[in-house]
Design a protein around this ligand. Structure first.
Ligand SMILES: Cc1cc2nc3c(=O)[nH]c(=O)nc-3n(C[C@H](O)[C@H](O)[C@H](O)COP(=O)(O)OP(=O)(O)OC[C@H]3O[C@@H](n4cnc5c(N)ncnc54)[C@H](O)[C@@H]3O)c2cc1C
Length: 373
């Protein structure tokens, strides 16, 4: 079976991996270099932030993130030499209004990985000695981890480029789906080059709305910008991830600390601005004041593929038999990336699905000529 995948972020690369490992031949296209968009820019927390604020459909896919990435890291590392560092730091949350719901969440929803404890100041200092004195309590999620997402992408790209069934087409935008008799017969570049495949998968992240006119359905996915900044501290200086008021600190093994993030609806702009950077910085220093002694070594912005309730579209497109979706992961595309791709592969290859696929079905995309109220 021959598959064309449009978009080489985490959604496209993991989909390619899942399908190629099952013997499919895969062509993967990106308008820019592979793995440079949201999936590079994200933080790599392997859980939705405050999972109780998300739909069960999001948490359901996210819960497999850590174990699937651990499995793939073991498999890919000997071939690529790239360790994408699933860093088991645990997470501290300081938002008091979330303490009760956080403490009950794991048992209520049978999500063992979200087990947490309420810490007093003394316990907090033992777990993380750098927390501001203004926080006398926190809830601690010892099992939460982060993945070093730029390395995850590098590893996937390196592995797939060596894979005998995979071809990469970078700097190769696809702007046309050639649809006849409810089937995609080809995909086309702006200079008229046509590629053929048995199935076509759209993994175009924040750009996915572009396909609306091809499928005659509304695609409510658009870019929401998030900015980040990066500190460099000594190795293992900050022992845990920290979160307060939707701002977070994510320590990497080598002492880099990723800090974010903002939310702005500003089209496809990835420019950073001083005011937003200041807001992120002050939220981070509020949690860990000692950070101010360390240099900020980078700043950037990425475009999250927002979707209603953050529930991605995964599965066969309505009315076009061989066109598939795996997009719209909003704030959680890294933690949902591995299981979303697994689900997509299971649906294409008619295998038993990891979760009930109906909640993710693109059949919920509304017909374009319907008047919305
Ligand atoms: C600041 C920030 C922090 C985040 N933190 C986290 C986190 O901690 N945990 C988490 O789980 N998630 C996080 N996310 C969300 C996560 O990064 C995204 O949900 C995820 O990366 C989306 O992956 P994707 O592959 O769908 O999109 P992308 O990575 O954006 O990839 C889409 C690709 O499609 C290509 N493309 C689009 N249209 C075409 C076309 N017509 N032809 C060819 N190529 C095309 C683009 O060039 C791009 O490379 C964060 C995001 C941001 C911005």
């Amino acid at each position: 079976m021959h598959i064309a995948i449009i978009g080489a972020g985490i959604s496209g690369l993991m989909s390619a991996l899942e399908l190629a490992e099952q013997g499919c031949s895969v062509d993967i296209f990106d308008q820019q270099q592979a793995g440079q968009a949201a999936s590079w820019a994200g933080g790599g927390i392997l859980s939705p932030m405050y999972p109780w604020r998300y739909a069960p459909e999001v948490n359901q896919l996210a819960q497999y993130g850590k174990s699937l990435y651990q499995m793939w890291n073991e498999k890919l590392l000997p071939i690529t030499g790239i360790d994408f560092q699933i860093h088991n730091t645990g997470m501290l949350i300081f938002d008091q209004e979330d303490f009760d719901v956080g403490l009950n969440y794991a048992n209520q929803y049978q999500e063992a990985m979200q087990q947490c404890d309420l810490l007093d100041r003394k316990q907090l200092e033992q777990i993380n000695p750098h927390i501001s004195e203004k926080f006398q309590q926190a809830i601690h999620f010892p099992q939460l981890s982060n993945v070093r997402n730029p390395r995850l992408l590098q590893s996937l790209i390196s592995y797939l480029k060596q894979h005998p069934f995979v071809r990469f087409f970078e700097h190769c935008p696809i702007d046309q789906l050639i649809v006849k008799n409810k089937m995609v017969h080809g995909i086309q570049t702006p200079n008229g080059q046509v590629f053929h495949a048995d199935h076509v998968v759209l993994t175009s992240g924040a750009w996915s709305q572009y396909w609306e006119e091809h499928i005659h359905r509304k695609i409510p996915v658009h870019p929401i910008q998030g900015q980040m900044l990066l500190f460099k501290t000594p190795e293992n200086w900050l022992p845990t991830m920290c979160m307060n008021r939707v701002m977070y600190l994510i320590p990497r093994q080598d002492g880099h600390i990723v800090c974010g993030s903002s939310m702005a609806d500003c089209g496809f702009s990835t420019a950073v601005d001083e005011q937003t950077q200041q807001n992120i910085l002050s939220a981070c220093l509020d949690m860990v004041p000692e950070l101010k002694q360390f240099p900020i070594v980078s700043r950037w912005a990425g475009l999250r593929p927002s979707s209603p309730q953050g529930i991605p579209y995964i599965g066969e497109m309505p009315d076009i038999a061989n066109l598939w979706a795996n997009f719209g992961h909003f704030r959680n595309g890294l933690c949902m990336g591995a299981s979303s791709a697994q689900l997509l592969r299971q649906l294409i290859l008619k295998q038993a699905p990891i979760v009930d696929p109906s909640a993710y079905s693109p059949s919920r995309l509304k017909k374009q000529n319907l008047v919305t109220q």
